[in-house]
Design a protein around this ligand. Structure first.
Ligand SMILES: CC(C)(COP(=O)(O)OP(=O)(O)OC[C@H]1O[C@@H](n2cnc3c(N)ncnc32)[C@H](O)[C@@H]1OP(=O)(O)O)[C@@H](O)C(=O)NCCC(=O)NCCS
Length: 160
């Protein structure tokens, strides 16, 4: 899972402050520290990864994105995926999604599902690019009354 300067690896408790920074910048109802603690330490079905950028010559490391997806038997659910707003649309989200699909395939997951806010056009475009199909609307799914779009993707291939 190594790319030019970025690497996808398991999220640790030490990563939580950086992850929360991205979380707070990207989501209307962000997860709190305790939610990530649960995902890392207790949730038996979670896979929580961070994308870390390293500039070796400068001695800099920075978390630029993260993904949390659950596997239950042959079904996977993308719970959260986010990229720092400063570097969205530069391929980081795609790198993470490709690894999710690869991991899901290896774990014999047949379908990946997710819910996304109906207004989140960029995320819907992102998911559609990876073959997710809008399957149904969950009315007033979110606490502000917004509908969720439920999307499903069949996992037939390691490359999606
Ligand atoms: C959704 C998200 C994870 C995508 O990550 P990203 O690194 O910006 O996406 P990529 O650069 O890999 O883009 C891949 C494709 O997604 C689609 N896409 C991404 N951003 C888009 C935008 N602003 N508008 C339209 N389509 C977009 C495009 O099809 C794009 O391919 P292209 O650049 O070749 O046209 C990122 O926008 C994000 O963190 N959003 C905020 C959090 C969020 O909404 N998460 C999903 C909650 S369900």
């Amino acid at each position: 899972m190594k790319y030019l300067d970025v690497e996808l690896r398991d999220m640790t408790v030490e990563d939580i402050p950086s992850v929360l920074e991205i979380e707070n910048l990207t989501f209307l109802h962000p997860y709190k520290e305790k939610d990530f603690m649960y995902e890392i330490n207790e949730n038996p079905v979670s896979n929580v990864w961070v994308m870390e950028y390293t500039a070796k010559s400068l001695g800099i490391k920075q978390i630029v994105g993260f993904v949390d997806y659950w596997v239950t038997f042959d079904s996977g659910t993308i719970v959260q995926i986010a990229v720092h707003p400063d570097i969205q649309r530069s391929g980081i989200g795609s790198m993470m999604m490709k690894e999710v699909i690869k991991d899901a395939y290896v774990k014999k997951v047949r379908t990946l599902t997710l819910e996304v806010r109906a207004s989140n056009i960029k995320a819907i475009s992102f998911y559609e690019k990876f073959g997710f199909k809008k399957t149904l609307v969950k009315p007033q799914y979110y606490s502000n009354g917004e509908d969720a779009i439920y999307m499903i993707k069949e996992v037939n291939d390691i490359n999606g």
